[in-house]
Write a protein that binds this ligand. Sequence first.
Ligand SMILES: Cc1cc2nc3c(=O)[nH]c(=O)nc-3n(C[C@H](O)[C@H](O)[C@H](O)COP(=O)(O)O)c2cc1C
Length: 189
Amino acid sequence: MSNESFKVWGICGSLRQKSLNMMALKVAGELMPQGMSLQITHYDDLPMYNFDVQAKGFPAASDRLRAEILSADALFFASPEYNFSVGAPLKNVIDWMSRYQPVPFFGKPAAMISATTGPLGGARMQYDLRKIVGGLGAQFLGKPEVFIGMANKKFDEEGRLNDETTRKFLTDQMLAFKDWIPRVKRAFA
Ligand SMILES: Cc1cc2nc3c(=O)[nH]c(=O)nc-3n(C[C@H](O)[C@H](O)[C@H](O)COP(=O)(O)O)c2cc1C
């Protein structure tokens, strides 16, 4: 049994004030077992990726995100699906991060969830996110996968989760994630 404590950085793919994905991210943080803790990043100040901007120097928000990712033991994404894929806010984060050498995602243990108002729960987004961020070297947990469909019916206005099945899925995923993190860290040490 290890006494390590893992710092997980949470990245939400929605900038919306009452984001269901932010609610789900916070609940997942509460359900993390001992030895894991969640810190959530914010990036409303990140400009849209433009090589001309990068050529003048990385924006402060991008440098900050890079530092947060590098300092994290693991990354946890919670994102909506926009038009069958990853939405622009999260894709923008990924595009900025991909411009650093080495890419800060490389070798990072990672996991994801998605919440949508439709029934599918963002499955199409998840497989694209796996492809994109996995392509940049992040090491994603395989199972359990968590897709929160009809999420507007599962969270109340205050962000409380009132669906026990979802709570169980999230709890199981966090346990598996805790097991996954040291395995990836050892492999990339
Ligand atoms: C631009 C846009 C595209 C969307 N596309 C999808 C989609 O492809 N699949 C889906 O299940 N929901 C889609 N939705 C609905 C989202 O699931 C819903 O708005 C959800 O609440 C967004 O997550 P958030 O609450 O974290 O902001 C879309 C919403 C927006 C604004």
